[in-house]
Design a protein around this ligand. Structure first.
Ligand SMILES: NC(=O)c1ccc[n+]([C@@H]2O[C@H](COP(=O)([O-])OP(=O)(O)OC[C@H]3O[C@@H](n4cnc5c(N)ncnc54)[C@H](O)[C@@H]3O)[C@@H](O)[C@H]2O)c1
Ligand SMILES: O=C(O)C1=N[C@H](C(=O)O)CCC1
Length: 257
């Protein structure tokens, strides 16, 4: 156990990682093990019985969109706060989770669409810029093993941008497309066109393109390695118990909201 100031024994937080054999989960286990103030007490893969989560105080969910609601419900019902990196948390799922958390007022859940500091800043900058531009489109680019599209980050960015445009009283983005039988104009999330690229060699990347007559602003973020997510995972673990209820976005723990 680590020693704190004046030789006192500092307390550690007991952590369980669910989805521990995946690309993110395995790296999160390493990050927790390397942190002096955290203790990894449980690693769970698909099919494992989560039980009492090894006595964890905080769980990290890095599974898949189909599993995440059940995993999070299991933790919340046992009074364990959860840091959720898994995507797929649409409004209906968030509403269900809020209702569940109402019965567990001391439990915190952080839904973090992206743990990388640069991606969080990209989302904030895009929301700030949104009211100044007629056009906006999002291009997200990821590794081809990703199971969901659009990415959680792109969906969150689109919602933040859409909200900022509504508050500013902007009209819909201009688009004369009348014939698009193959869906070449991408998906629409909150009125914002979103395009998903899946390409061997990529990890996680996004561009927000904002256009006005005669100019374009591009806000781009690149995660070249999953190590970019780990400081955010650790910040989430350290903060979640102090933020009871549901929080969407790590920016709320970082003074960036
Ligand atoms: N928030 C972020 O910054 C961030 C960053 C990267 C990935 N992600 C998201 O995290 C999730 C995981 O990504 P990945 O690339 O590690 O995927 P992955 O497929 O490599 O890992 C997911 C793992 O979860 C396991 N799993 C599925 N259901 C489970 C269950 N019920 N219990 C225990 N384990 C279960 C799978 O077997 C797999 O090993 C995805 O939703 C992805 O979009 C978020
Ligand atoms: O690799 C993934 O999968 C990622 N998922 C998140 C998303 O969908 O936005 C975050 C970036 C990486």
């Amino acid at each position: 156990m680590p020693r704190g100031y004046a030789g006192r024994v500092a307390t550690t937080t007991r952590v369980a990682v669910i989805g521990a054999n995946g690309r993110m989960g395995s790296q999160a286990c390493q990050a927790v093990e390397a942190a002096e103030d955290l203790e990894l007490v449980g690693r769970y893969g698909r099919g494992d019985d989560l039980g009492d989560l090894g006595g964890a105080q905080v769980a990290v969910d890095l599974t898949v969109p189909d599993s995440s609601p059940e995993v999070v419900a299991h933790c919340v019902d046992r009074g364990v706060s959860v840091v959720v990196g898994t995507t797929g948390w649409d409004d209906a799922r968030l509403d269900d989770l809020r209702a569940r958390l109402a019965d567990h007022p001391d439990v915190g859940v952080l839904i973090a669409p992206n743990f990388a500091i640069g991606a969080i800043l990209m989302m904030r900058f895009a929301a700030q810029a949104a009211r100044f531009y007629e056009s906006v489109e999002i291009v997200e680019l990821h590794h081809p093993a990703k199971v969901d599209a659009p990415s959680g980050t792109a969906a969150r960015t689109a919602r933040l941008v859409g909200e900022a445009r509504r508050e500013a009283g902007l009209a819909d983005v201009p688009d004369a497309t009348a014939h698009d039988p193959d869906g070449a104009r991408g998906a629409r999330v909150d009125g914002i066109p979103v395009h998903s690229v899946r390409l061997r060699g990529l990890v996680a990347h996004q561009e927000v393109l904002l256009g006005n007559p005669g100019e374009m602003l591009t806000i781009r973020h690149d995660s070249f390695d999953r190590e970019s997510f780990m400081p955010g995972v650790l910040a989430g673990i350290r903060g979640v118990a102090d933020h009871p209820g549901l929080t969407v976005g790590l920016e709320h723990y970082l003074g960036l909201a």
